[in-house]
Design a protein around this ligand. Structure first.
Ligand code: ADP
Ligand code: ZN
Length: 735
């Protein structure tokens, strides 16, 4: 059962073993090995008080616990034991992120039903008879099964996917329209064939693919930054590295930032390797997740395509990790265990002699700097594939445009859109603001409607006919009467959100087919995926999108991108504001002209002379990175210095500040490593879900042992009442 080259220690029946459980305890627990014994690393079920909990045999027992009271492991689960390398990886990741080990183990066991015994399960297939009469619910069920016919659904999953009650599904079974089938759980994934012919690569692509493949063949650790403009064929190139890895008989992992990306992607993988890979993301059914988890451990899955947490799957022999769109902020998990999947990918690869490929058109400054410093290799793809050329980029100086109040599409942009309409080409308007309007205020008293639980304004969502808080998700109806002054009929929407922009576009182009793409307008990731495919096929003239559209979708008919507010990201004090704006604008612009037709990107800006806007327009990327790097270096901030954030929260603001002040007074462990402490200060969003939030920020030199110092600093802290403390190493956002 264990992986190649792994000789696992074995504990005989009755021997004392130490078990790491998923329960929030700060130590390992001792048990007796069960009948039949168990390997080091075995996944086990152990009794804890009246409960049974999941754990992993972590080593020999310590022996200081009264052996008369020692309980036995209930049973060993029918899954491959956790490998030495995985245990070390979890330990190192825990040390780096200052996360307790039980939380790391929870992250590594996020598959339901791991402790279920292996068995058969009932799945449903299409039967040969038609139901006696069709209802809307029945139609939905049959459509779902026809559409995803290749997937195995349990009755419960099918009902959930189709949005019907289980009695509808049962009725269809009784009538013979669906038939039940017994299948074994958790079968291996279809074998992928790396030797199927790939696309013929251009010389540039072939040499990049060759470099990556050679690195994979070395069987050693290494990281390569694969930089190439959108459409240059990065995906084609790294799929060749995947092929090289599969040929060696090792497993590969492709991390993607967003579920919505995978539809097109999986089809491409299937075309290259002849079968679909294993998928790991929150949209997969419970049954599929469990199958992936188990098969990855047994070697029954050669390639996993997944979201960031796929990094914690129990790979048997991982040889390659691709981090696609490596600059994407969604790689940083912002709640629970605060980790960066990009950085953890590098850590994991180093521990299992694997290669990492970080792919991006607009790398993070971190990765750019690592490549500059020679820590990463760098491979560039310079040209777009085929006839596609990078769009021409220009600013629209909004100070010169005559705009009606409460409108945001400038005459210049409007003209460009009209041209596209005439030619039968698509335009995309980009605005990174969900909802109808960011602010709702009373024209009588001037008060804005705020969330009752957070320090945030309520955002109008006209589609939902409600106001919504983007911090906590709380919604309320649009008030007729001002909640502050009681005057009726004076509430007004201020500023544009994507829905409102849709209204403006409709008024300007009444005959156009207009599609608004914002994550909250779709009931499910599947519905969104489908809409994106329709749009790619030409079923829209004007597309309006939030951040969502920046991420790798391919719209061949799109030739114009209009950025409604290019200045939006430049405001605010975030140290990465310039970097983020640069990346986002270039990504969005990269959506245009991906096929034969050349594209154009127009950026509406009130400050076209701003250095960041100028760098975006000129396309001098290296110039931008060098300037940005110099500024960060001078300020001693990442990636040239280290940072950690401490967030304190609680219901009582005074208590939260007392804790913050106490921490600030006792900062000797930080000063010993030359680190500076800032705060306590109210966090930029000072209240979320009724809890007050206070931040402290630690800044240290690049090599400083910041985790060790923070551990010593926080060791004496006992949190009273509802106070919470979380540590964010290498914080990405500062909200
Ligand atoms: P990137 O990942 O850099 O955005 P892709 O790999 O998605 O680029 O390539 C962009 C488009 O060009 C895709 O439709 C891809 O199939 C196509 N393409 C890239 N390289 C080749 C090639 N060598 N032969 C055929 N099609 C290619
Ligand atoms: Zn709220």
């Amino acid at each position: 059962m264990s992986g190649p080259g792994d000789i696992q220690e074995f504990f005989h029946h009755g021997e004392r073993v130490a078990v790491l459980t998923t329960q929030p305890l700060d130590r390992l627990l001792d048990y007796r090995a069960p009948e039949g014994g168990c390997f080091l690393g075995a996944y086990v079920e152990v009794p804890l008080g009246p409960r049974k909990v999941l754990g992993v045999v972590w080593g020999p027992g310590a022996g200081d616990f009264d052996s008369a009271k020692l309980r036995a492991v209930n049973r060993v689960l029918d899954v491959a034991p956790m490998r030495e390398e995985m245990r070390q990886f979890l330990g190192r990741a825990a040390d780096y992120t200052l996360t307790p080990m039980p939380a790391m183990l929870r992250l590594a066991t996020r598959a339901p039903g791991l402790s279920d015994p292996p068995s058969m399960r009932k799945i449903l297939r299409r039967g040969d008879r038609d139901p006696d009469r069709m209802t809307e619910a029945r139609t939905r069920v049959l459509e779902t099964i026809d559409q995803y016919g290749g997937l195995a659904f349990t009755p419960g999953e099918l009902a959930e996917m189709a949005g019907v009650t289980s009695s509808v599904v049962k009725g269809l079974v009784k009538q013979g329209a669906l038939r039940e089938e017994d299948t074994p759980r958790d079968t291996p994934f279809p074998v992928l064939d790396p030797d199927l012919p790939g696309k013929e690569l251009t010389p540039d692509q072939a040499s990049a693919a060759g470099e990556l493949a050679e690195a994979v063949q070395s069987g050693r650790y290494g990281t390569t930054l694969l930089k190439g403009v959108t459409g240059s064929g990065k995906t084609e190139v790294y799929l060749e590295a995947v092929a090289a890895c599969l040929r060696q008989g090792r497993q590969a992992l492709v991390l993607l930032p967003e579920i919505a990306l995978t539809a097109e992607f999986l089809t491409r993988v299937e075309a290259r390797f002849g079968a679909r890979p294993a998928e790991w993301h929150s949209g997969a059914t419970m049954t599929e997740r469990r199958r992936v988890w188990k098969m990855v451990g047994q070697g029954g899955a050669q390639l996993v395509v997944g979201a960031r947490s796929a990094l914690f799957l129990p790979f048997r022999d991982l040889g390659l990790i691709i981090v696609d769109e490596e600059h994407d902020t969604s790689y940083k998990q912002e709640d629970g265990v605060l980790y960066s999947a990009r950085d953890m990918a590098v850590l994991r690869a180093a521990m299992c002699s694997a290669q990492v490929v970080l792919a991006s058109a607009t790398p993070s400054l971190e990765s750019w700097a690592n490549a500059e410093a020679g820590k990463y290799k760098r491979v560039d793809l310079k040209a777009r594939f085929g006839a596609a050329v990078l769009p021409e980029m220009r600013a629209i100086d909004m100070r010169d445009e005559a705009l009606q109040p409460q409108t945001w599409i400038s005459p210049t942009l409007r003209q460009a859109m009209a041209d596209r309409m005439q030619k039968g080409e698509q335009s995309l308007l980009f605005l990174n603001r969900r909802g109808y309007a960011p602010v709702t205020l009373c024209r009588a008293c001037g008060q804005q409607v705020a969330c009752d639980h957070c320090d945030a304004r309520m955002v109008e969502h006209r589609f939902l006919k409600r106001l919504m808080c983007h911090q906590c998700g709380e919604t309320k109806p649009l008030p007729e009467v001002c909640p502050s002054c009681g005057v009726e009929g004076k509430m007004a929407a201020v500023g544009p959100g994507i829905e409102r922009l849709g209204e403006e576009a409709t008024a300007l182009f009444p005959d156009a087919r207009i599609a608004v793409l914002s994550s909250d307008l779709f009931g499910s990731a599947r519905a969104l995926k489908q809409r994106i495919e329709e749009i790619a096929a030409g079923e829209a003239d004007i597309i309006l999108g939030t951040q969502l559209v920046a991420k790798g979708h391919n719209f061949p008919l799109l030739t114009l991108v209009g950025v409604i507010d290019a200045d939006l990201g430049l405001q605010g004090s975030d140290l990465r504001a310039a970097e983020r704006t640069f990346q986002l604008m270039r990504q969005v612009a990269g959506r245009a002209g991906r096929a034969e037709k050349p594209g154009e990107a127009l950026l509406q800006s009130f400050q076209p002379e701003h250095p960041v806007i100028r760098a975006i327009l000129s396309g001098d990327e290296e110039g931008f990175w060098k300037a940005e790097a110099a500024e960060r270096q001078a300020a001693g901030v990442p990636p040239y210095g280290r940072m950690a954030g401490i967030i304190l929260s609680g219901g009582d603001v005074a208590q939260v500040f007392d804790l913050g002040n106490a921490l600030a007074r006792n900062d000797a462990p930080l000063r010993q490593i030359g680190a500076q402490l800032f705060g306590p200060a109210p966090a930029p969003i000072a209240r979320v879900r009724g809890r007050h939030r206070v931040r402290l920020l630690i800044k240290a030199a690049k090599g400083a042992p910041i985790q060790e110092a923070i551990s010593r600093w926080l060791a004496p802290i006992r949190l009273k009442g509802d106070l919470r403390l979380s540590v964010d190493i290498d914080p990405q956002s500062f909200y």
